[in-house]
Unconditional design. Structure first.
Length: 94
């Protein structure tokens, strides 16, 4: 199955806040990996983000790309450092 990928407005804002080299790494390395096989490279989340998937990369800081899949469309909802992602998710789903 061929997947299309899009970034939500919030994910676009998240991406713009990251260092330029991380932005490029996400756009040209990690999003294509997710697009090629979104279920194999990520794990399903629980709690406030139940049903969404989380892709991890980097070390100190470690980054997350959070997304969900509907049919052939992958929608990225949050991009950021690990320590901030889950705090934001709790606030988002209150």
């Amino acid at each position: 199955m061929a997947f299309n990928i899009e970034l939500s407005p919030a994910a676009r804002r998240d991406l713009k806040r990251l260092p330029r080299d991380i932005q490029e790494e996400i756009l040209f390395t990690h999003l294509p990996i997710i697009q090629a096989d979104p279920y194999a490279v990520s794990g399903f989340l629980q709690g406030a983000l139940k049903g969404e998937l989380s892709y991890h990369f980097g070390r100190k800081p470690e980054y997350r790309i959070i997304y969900f899949i509907e049919g052939e469309l992958i929608t990225v909802t949050i991009i950021g450092k690990r320590e901030n992602i889950y705090k934001r998710a709790k606030r988002r789903h209150r």
